[in-house]
Design a protein around this ligand. Structure first.
Ligand SMILES: [Zn+2]
Length: 353
């Protein structure tokens, strides 16, 4: 008797013609295999004859510990706990924690790439955090943007504070969003923001700069300057804004603090800077995924519901968990529909709902 096909699994073999497709009748149950933590279901694709299990293609694949332990380690990571402390608390080896962090970051990167687009740009702020790499020899900058209305953190670049990186972070933010009214963009007085924004947006935005003068660790003077757009357009943009009454960079500065608190690498006066740039970049991808999709935002409390930035921006219908983000089904769809982003997002949202 032919076996009944499974509809909630898809094949992830790159050579398979039915890769990533659900409900095609090609996946059947194919016995069990034994692991340290009991027996696990094995599946087989009848189109390509390959077998796989429920965690193939996810960060949980071939894990020697429970998925809960993995999720707890990831949670500690995004709460600013370093690798050594995590390893001691969870009684794991340092290498295991480091490897899990990289795995989780890889999945978060794919998730961010697929899910963070289609938001509305109403008010945008951009800023940089300075940190050190490689035994304090090199200063590097974490350049981030925030969409103020939804508190979404759309893009982040780690590197030198150059024209190229400034352009990359603003372009990534603009490319993935859309706007109906002229967006209000506020930055600090860093030299490359004005030419980059002028080149990418032309006259279709209102750009203002906020320049602060510091003395003895205190702000002694704030200058606000309109770079692109008329005073009338600025007034209109500010009247549309639900959060700002004047040009300010408060929201991106608050995000910078959240980023610093969520990363052991970025603590002030820490001796534990990232040694390699990739580690910092990967960690920030994971943190961005957590901030946008998992963590409820206090400023987005509506009655009893506290939304995540992704919910406010219309990218997710509810608060997601790390388990959902890392789970096989979604990543299978993501891997297969790599370039058909709109279709992917609809599929992912349908599943997450
Ligand atoms: Zn197959």
């Amino acid at each position: 008797m032919p076996r009944k096909p499974v509809t909630n699994r898809s094949c992830d073999n790159a050579q398979c013609t039915l890769r990533g497709q659900f409900g095609k009748g090609n996946v059947i149950r194919y016995g069990f295999f034994r692991r340290k933590r009991g027996r696990h279901r094995r599946y087989r694709c009848t189109a390509c004859s390959k077998t796989f299990c429920s965690t193939t293609g996810t960060p949980y694949y071939r894990l020697q510990h429970s998925r809960n332990t993995f999720d707890e380690v990831v949670q500690m990571t995004v709460d600013g706990v370093g690798i050594s402390v995590t390893a001691r608390v969870k009684r794991l080896s340092w290498n295991t924690v480091a490897r899990w962090r990289e795995r989780a970051a890889g999945a978060a990167r794919g998730f961010n790439y697929q899910m963070t687009h289609g938001y509305e740009l109403k008010e945008l702020q951009a800023d940089e955090i300075r940190t050190l790499l490689d035994g304090k020899r090199q200063p590097v900058w974490v350049m981030a943007t925030i969409e103020v209305w939804s508190r979404l953190w759309p893009a982040c670049i780690v590197g030198r504070r150059s024209y190229r990186n400034t352009r990359a972070v603003i372009r990534e933010t603009a490319r993935r969003g859309h706007f109906e009214h002229l967006p209000l963009i506020t930055t600090d007085g860093f030299q490359f923001y004005a030419p980059v924004i002028s080149r990418l947006f032309g006259t279709t935005c209102v750009h203002g700069q906020v320049m602060k003068q510091w003395a003895s660790n205190r702000v002694i003077r704030v200058d606000r300057e309109l770079v692109t757009g008329s005073g009338h357009a600025l007034d209109a943009a500010l009247s549309r804004s639900e959060d700002s009454t004047d040009l300010n960079t408060s929201f991106i500065e608050r995000l910078n603090l959240t980023i610093r608190q969520g990363s052991a690498y970025l603590c002030r006066r820490s001796p534990c800077h990232a040694r390699v740039k990739e580690h910092l970049t990967n960690h920030l991808e994971l943190l961005r995924c957590y901030y946008n999709f998992v963590r409820p935002h206090r400023a987005l409390k509506f009655g009893k519901e506290t939304r995540t930035p992704a919910m406010q921006a219309g990218l997710a219908s509810r608060r997601l968990s790390f388990r959902q983000i890392f789970t096989a089904m979604l990543l299978f769809v993501l891997a297969w529909l790599d370039f058909e982003t709109e279709k992917t997002r609809i599929e992912a949202l349908k599943w997450a709902a």
